[in-house]
Design a protein around this ligand. Structure first.
Ligand code: DLL
Length: 433
């Protein structure tokens, strides 16, 4: 279902006009209230009156994650402090967290964006949404909660973890929709089959999954195990949380809520606009936010725009599912490798389980050595060792041809790789770089 056809199916030139009007307002507000942006705009000698079309956004300064960390906690607030009604932060593994401070209008924008997102995933007032994204400072729990309530659905605010209880509730309350990270969805499915629960027989039939990279094969795995449609949803704390972009029933790229979050794709080194259809770094401007609006925020996420027409009727631009992040990219013996490439190659191989870990060490001669731990179906362990050996050689061969690097594969027993209830950890980098 299309939640808001007036905006989601808007004629493109009308949308561009709206975007420009909102951008000008934003630039005026930021100039007046945020010293960081005033200084940057003065340096670039650019004002709201210099913006004549939405593509003039290129005249404006970028914002980076480092800027956000330096200005922690309130340095980007663009409205009086007493108008803030809710705060979220991203955990991050190093340094200060990044903060999003929401006014009531920002919460309303979030509700709208998440209602569009979950409606595209099939959510209606008849659904019972089991929300297993973490509640708390993380945006996943609150975002899916707001979206479901806006659509009039019933929410089970489970948060993540306690998998046995999740499965009990899923059975007893007849949840029809699941919201969580894709890795947690798979973990729950594994636990269900160990407990003898047939998920395909339960009413659960759709889900919105995101917050971490996942592949087409992982989607197929989730869809088969649950007997459901699994949709990719994207967002980030700095911009609003989930609700920035989402898949529709075509499952062919994610529609960006571009009347609210203006997207660009740039060449990461030069900062120049990337040619249409070419991969680059995704950049967002929050056109209508009040609390902590951002100008041209560099997400470090890598994708490309798909601007062909979508059969669903929405006219919003789509982005390809993410390829990875500029900062996740592993440089192994000089070759650029994304964990998503390894996952993609791995899933195509029969006999492996959807759990893996990439361990990087710096070996004796200061060379990087990669060990890929892969879980293998139980029957391989009970069979002759020759079969295991064959599988290991096959995976090594496949990786060599797809990634152009040699890596060592270690086959491990099912469930021996640690599972995550939130975002999965796929890489252990032991190099002291
Ligand atoms: O992960 C917001 C979110 C919650 C999105 C629930 C979807 C569902 P952060 O913790 O700030 O926010 O992490 C944002 O996670 O820049 C991407 O690198 C990654 N990410 C988010 N969604 C996807 C996705 C939330 N669908 C960072 N596919 C982003 C791949 C994703 N990566």
């Amino acid at each position: 279902m299309i939640y808001n056809p007036a905006y989601e199916c808007m004629e493109k030139t009308a949308r561009a006009k709206l975007q420009l009007a909102n951008l000008k307002n934003l630039v005026e507000t930021l100039y007046a209230h945020v010293p960081f942006y005033r200084k940057k705009m003065d340096e670039l000698k650019v004002k709201a009156s210099d913006l004549h079309s939405i593509t003039d956004i290129e005249k404006l300064p970028f914002t980076t994650k480092d800027d956000l960390r330096e200005l922690y906690p309130h340095g980007l607030l663009a409205c009086p402090k007493d108008r803030v009604v809710e705060v979220h932060m991203s955990s991050g593994t190093t340094g200060k967290p990044v903060v999003d401070e929401y006014t009531q209008k920002d919460i309303d924008i979030w509700r709208e964006s998440m209602a569009r997102t979950m409606a595209a995933g099939g959510c209606t007032r008849d659904d019972i949404v089991q929300n297993c994204y973490g509640y708390g400072l993380f945006t996943g729990g609150a975002g899916a909660h707001y979206g479901a309530l806006t659509l009039g659905a019933e929410v089970l605010p489970m948060s993540s973890g306690n998998t046995a209880r999740q499965l009990m509730v899923m059975e007893d309350f007849g949840s029809t929709m699941l919201t969580c990270t894709p890795s947690y969805a798979l973990y729950m499915a594994e636990e269900a089959s160990a407990a003898g629960i047939d998920l395909q027989k339960l009413p659960i039939c759709k889900g919105c999954f995101g917050a971490e990279p996942w592949s087409e094969n992982m989607r197929k795995e989730i869809e088969t195990r649950y007997g459901m449609k699994a949709y990719d949803i994207y967002g980030l704390t700095e911009i609003i949380g989930p609700g920035v972009a989402f898949e529709c029933e075509a499952q062919n790229g994610l529609h960006i809520n571009e009347d609210i979050f203006y997207p660009e794709i740039i060449e990461p080194e030069t900062g120049k606009a990337q040619k249409r259809g070419e991969k680059g770094e995704l950049v967002f401007t929050t056109l209508t936010k009040e609390g902590t609006p951002l100008l041209r925020y560099r997400t470090r996420d890598i994708t490309y725009f798909m601007d062909d027409e979508c059969n669903c009727g929405r006219t919003t631009i789509r982005m390809h599912r993410l390829f990875g992040r500029t900062d996740d990219m592993l440089i192994i013996r000089g070759v650029n490798v994304f964990p998503s490439q390894i996952e993609h190659a791995l899933f195509a191989i029969e006999g492996t389980e959807p759990a893996y870990l990439i361990v990087i060490n710096r070996g004796e001669k200061q060379l990087d050595e990669v060990e890929l731990h892969v879980e293998v179906k139980q029957e391989f362990f009970s069979d002759e060792t020759r079969k295991l050996e064959e599988l290991r050689n096959r995976i090594e061969g496949e990786m060599k041809s797809k990634l152009q690097i040699g890596l060592k594969v270690k086959l491990v027993e099912p469930k021996s790789i640690e599972r995550s209830i939130g975002k999965a950890k796929r890489v252990v980098d032991n190099r002291k770089l």
